[in-house]
Design a binder for this molecule. Structure first.
Ligand code: NAG
Length: 518
């Protein structure tokens, strides 16, 4: 009934425009959090009545007549596990290794048999292509093949790598790079680090990645597009032709970044109505009965708690057992001899747990989705960042005043206990979380509805060229006024030359006169 009403309302709201569009959505990164964000895009668009083709690394269990799933069997390599990170066996700063992984992933998607079939079928057509940005940009060739506008989805806070595609670089003095762990305000050292990272990564792109990207673009799309009787437009032309960026970000979670008109911060669009997924009865009982409050502990989906060194696990169990609070730990396998106040679940309806009033604290790896959900439900958090943007996320939440950070080390248990007691003793953390939650919710429309609106807007206005930033058309030398500087320098040189010439002429005349007098 609810759904029917929603549909009816949506139809009325859309008025004469309500048309069903064919949309290709691509979220091939094989990580649970990327999947959740992709699913969120798909769900919102399906609910609005559009026909979706969804490229994903995960099987989709809930068939919808308007949904066609194209599964690509991508996998991250195994070395990204908790033990390896604690023992510092993976070097997250090794960019070459990282980009090789991204290229593998990307080739795996583009050369996938099912994706190739889709691309090679001359009868396929789409009104819109929506794709996640994950360090590679080659897939936009699909928009060229289907001759349709495209939208980036940025899964993280706004950063210069993505704004450069629709506007320009973000200023490094007050906009953090996603791979660095600092958030604003930067100290001197951090500010330098932000600048040098932007410069070195730009150089890496120019001299290393761009070549690879352009080659892959031609290899994958040239013959496909020629079958449709067209020639492949140059990579750079398509690259700077995105219609929109949908950002999984919001000021309550991040900073008030200055953004172009076609960057829409719609963080939280993936959060569905929690009433739709009620807690299973046993969990509901557990939360209802948690007199002193319940602490929910999850390290996300990539890091498995079961890979934790034994020493760390027993340490955590010991300190959890000493607390007067109930502890719910998302752990992939049952644990023997649990203290009576500690409970373990293999799979957790995280949003519904956080939504419960008796959940008083969230201990998390600090992924952006978990951070978003902490703010959404107004719960203070303790962040234990492990990789990628988690450090920056946690740093930001700490500065916002509703979180504390603990390092991921073997002594995690002991470090954690003191922090848990601290954060629960001081009511300011919970108050701050509630304040941010208010800011988060105080918006004109639900971000999911806004996502649908902007996607449709791009189709209706044929790529929304009116939202395009004029900065894209201005070359760097003009932005830096190097041409003006050149004119001034030439002018000064000419003046100096003229002055020299005139004075030497006068001087010479004087000399000649004096000679004659002699
Ligand atoms: C850029 O996008 C517009 C709008 O979608 C489209 O008409 C045009 O063909 C695109 N240009 C290139 C080079 O892809």
């Amino acid at each position: 009934m609810d759904k029917l009403l929603c549909l009816l309302l949506l139809t009325i709201m859309n008025g004469g425009f309500s048309e069903s569009y064919k949309i290709l959505v691509s979220f091939p990164v094989p990580s649970q959090s990327h999947k959740i964000l992709g699913d969120g895009v798909v769900r919102n668009l399906l609910n609005a009545g559009h026909e979706i083709t969804y490229i994903t690394s995960f099987p989709v269990s809930n068939p919808n007549p308007n949904l066609r799933v194209i599964e690509v069997a991508n996998k991250f390599q195994d070395n990204l596990n908790l033990k390896a990170i604690i023992n510092k066996e993976v070097d997250m700063k090794d960019w070459k290794l990282f980009f090789d992984m991204v290229a593998n992933l990307n080739n795996g998607t583009l050369w996938n048999e099912n994706v190739q079939k889709l691309l090679n079928d001359p009868n396929e057509r789409f009104d819109l292509f929506i794709t996640e940005w994950f360090y590679t940009e080659v897939q936009i060739g699909m928009a060229a093949v289907f001759d349709c506008p495209y939208i980036w989805v940025s899964t993280v806070e706004p950063h210069w790598l993505i704004t450069r595609l629709v506007d320009e670089y973000l200023h490094p003095a007050y906009n953090p790079d996603i791979m660095l762990s600092s958030s604003t305000p930067f100290n001197f050292q951090e500010r330098i680090e932000q600048l040098t990272t932007q410069i070195t990564m730009t150089a890496v792109r120019m001299f290393y990645l761009n070549g690879i990207e352009e080659k892959t673009y031609t290899d994958v799309f040239e013959t496909i597009i020629s079958k449709r009787g067209r020639t492949l437009p140059p990579f750079k032309q398509v690259l700077y032709n995105a219609s929109l960026v949908i950002g999984n970000s919001h000021v309550s979670l991040g900073q008030a970044t200055r953004l172009p008109q076609n960057y829409k911060s719609l963080g939280g669009y993936h959060i569905d109505d929690v009433k739709k997924t009620p807690l299973p009865e046993d969990l509901k009982q557990l939360l209802d009965n948690a007199k002193n409050g319940l602490i929910y502990f999850s390290m996300g989906s990539i890091l498995k708690s079961k890979d934790m060194p034994e020493e760390m696990k027993t340490g955590l169990l010991r300190i959890f057992g000493e607390l007067k609070y109930t502890v719910l730990w998302k752990f992939e396998e049952p644990i023997a001899n649990l203290p009576s106040n500690v409970h373990v679940i293999q799979w957790a309806p995280q949003q519904s747990i956080l939504a419960h009033p008796n959940c008083i604290l969230f201990i998390t790896h600090g992924g952006l989705l978990s951070t978003t959900e902490a703010v959404y439900f107004g719960k203070p958090m303790i962040g234990i960042p492990a990789f990628a943007d988690q450090f920056a996320n946690v740093d930001r939440m700490v500065k916002k005043g509703f979180a504390k950070k603990v390092d991921l080390t073997l002594s995690l248990g002991d470090d954690l206990k003191a922090i848990i007691l601290d954060i629960l003793k001081d009511s300011s953390y919970t108050e701050k979380a509630k304040q941010l939650s208010f800011i988060y919710h105080d918006r004109p429309v639900h971000p999911g509805a806004e996502l649908v609106h902007w996607a449709e807007h791009v189709v209706r206005t044929r790529g929304a060229p009116h939202l395009r930033s004029p900065a894209l058309a201005v070359p760097l030398y003009q932005k830096l006024y190097l041409d003006l500087i050149a004119v001034i320098v030439i002018f000064i040189i000419i003046i100096i030359y003229v002055i020299k010439r005139v004075s030497s002429l006068l001087f010479n005349k004087n000399k000649i006169k004096t000679k004659k007098l002699n």
